[in-house]
Design a protein around this ligand. Structure first.
Ligand SMILES: *[C@@H]1O[C@H](CO)[C@@H](O)[C@H](O)[C@H]1NC(C)=O
Ligand SMILES: *[C@@H]1O[C@H](CO)[C@@H](O)[C@H](O)[C@H]1NC(C)=O
Length: 460
């Protein structure tokens, strides 16, 4: 009851404060940022580091392989061993797939920062992720707590480049029913970042190399209102197998097909090993054939594991360079991205995508999104608290699932009880409006606060 009184009184007396009314009563988030690298933002369909266009020139980093559940950047010695090699390679980004959100990362993040290297981070772990076999049940508050706790740990480093909200959840024609849960998670991370007052680390999905529904997924993640659209989209692509070319690989068609895509796009894994790798795709990826639409990519992968994609062989504290290491190093050294904006649509990226229609390869029946699982609301207000790390009990059957859906484009009822978008819908505008812009947010948040206060009161 007190909550209701307070909210109504605040609404009457301080209407201008309504944009973030709950902040008054919240535990404050630590919103400071450390590190020397400039933070990276998105602008139109590009990433920007300050005034300069930023291209991802990186490698995927998972020493031990995907079956070894380890956090490589919680391992200071391993990090020191490998950062020297990253520098030698001439990269500016690593992707880490598994993070222990109970561990300390200051030392490794600082070494990476000193070496001019950013982190692209997956916020899921095998036990805390959307389960393809039961996406509805696995999208719950315990899952989101782990995700948000990871965000808490990494937003404060200026070299945290981006968060992958999920990785390869949809991996064939039969798993597209998971897409609404991936999109909802993306929306929730963006809202969490907003509610906690953090810097806007870009959030998006990394799609599997599945030709049949890649474009649908890309469109889906970029349709609807701005608060639920991704900040970028990435996909894995092994279609360039040397000897090849821009046209032979089909990359020309992937430029044409995405030529109007309005958010940054990049390859989250590439580097086909069918034949000896020459890494000729580097010259193509960072040429103006590609840069109007793509912002670079990540070579799979740094260390050699059972599947044989490595650039180096790690044995304890020693690292041996394989042939692919120097091939990639030479290819990167020989390839400067175009100067200037590289043909990106910085100021006028075009409209949001249309949500894809249901089809044989896209089984999303109605364009609705699950709303935030109710108990997760408190993380927006109070912070997520400590993460369970890699030894937690897992989330896939834990907690409380989402109890309702709302239409795509409504922003979900976590931001608006009335189903209003938090800004103009992207589809109707030609320029992407920053979400939660001051002019619109007060209305939206007022509805939310009043509704949640009423709900709270009803429970008393
Ligand atoms: C997925 O659907 C497409 C189009 O119907 C088809 O060409 C492709 O073989 C299917 N892929 C799988 C793995 O079933
Ligand atoms: C991109 O947009 C232009 C202008 O609206 C349109 O003519 C063109 O067909 C679009 N291209 C693709 C690949 O959708």
């Amino acid at each position: 009851m007190k909550g209701l009184y307070t909210a109504v009184a605040a609404a009457a007396i301080f209407p201008a404060v309504l944009a973030k009314p709950s902040k008054t009563f919240n535990k404050r988030a630590d919103t400071s940022v450390t590190g020397s690298l400039p933070t990276v933002t998105t602008k139109g369909n590009a990433f920007m580091a300050g005034d300069d266009r930023f291209y991802i020139r990186g490698v995927d980093y998972q020493p031990g392989g995907s079956s070894d559940l380890a956090d490589p950047i919680a391992d200071v010695d391993g990090c020191r061993r490998d950062v020297a090699k990253f520098q030698e390679l001439g990269i500016n980004t690593i992707r880490v797939y598994t993070i222990d959100n109970s561990a300390d990362h200051d030392e490794c993040m600082s070494m990476l920062d000193d070496a001019g290297i950013y982190l692209a981070l997956d916020v899921n772990t095998p036990d805390y992720s959307i389960n393809r076999a039961d996406p509805h049940r696995s999208y719950n508050d315990v899952y989101l707590q782990n995700v948000f706790a990871t965000v808490d740990k990494f937003v404060g480093y200026s070299n945290t480049l981006l968060f992958f909200s999920a990785n390869e959840v949809i991996n064939d024609n039969l798993t597209t029913n998971c897409a609404p849960y991936v999109k909802a998670t993306t929306r929730d991370i963006k809202q969490y970042i907003h509610e906690r007052g953090y810097r806007k680390v870009p959030v998006g999905y990394s799609a599997a190399d599945v030709d049949s529904n890649r474009y649908e997924m890309a469109s889906y993640m970029n349709c609807g209102s701005d608060d639920e659209r991704s900040d970028f989209f990435a996909f894995n692509d092994y279609s360039w197998c040397d000897p090849s070319s821009f046209t032979q690989s089909g990359w020309d068609q992937k430029v044409e097909q995405y030529s109007n895509y309005s958010i940054p796009l990049f390859l989250s894994e590439f580097g086909c090993t069918t034949n000896t790798r020459e890494f000729n795709e580097i010259a193509s990826l960072y040429s103006d054939d590609m840069t109007p639409v793509y912002s670079g990519g990540l070579v799979y992968e740094y260390s050699n594991e059972d599947n044989g994609f490595g650039l180096v062989e790690i044995t304890g504290s020693s690292v041996r360079e394989l042939d692919d290491f120097s091939t990639l190093k030479d290819a990167l050294a020989a390839t400067e991205p175009p100067s200037g904006d590289g043909g990106a649509r910085l100021d006028n990226p075009g409209p949001a995508s249309e949500c894809p229609a249901q089809s044989d390869v896209w089984d999303v029946e109605e364009n609705t999104l699950p709303n935030l699982p109710e108990p997760a609301q408190r993380y927006f207000d109070d912070g997520a608290g400590d993460g369970p790390g890699l030894d937690g009990d897992g989330s896939q059957t834990a907690g409380t699932a989402s109890e309702s859906d709302s239409d795509i484009g409504s922003g979900g009822d976590s931001t608006s009880e009335e189903g209003e978008a938090s800004t103009s819908t992207g589809a109707a505008t030609s320029v992407r409006v920053p979400e939660f812009s001051v002019g619109v947010a007060p209305l939206v948040c007022a509805g939310m606060v009043l509704a949640s206060s009423l709900f709270g009161a009803a429970l008393v």
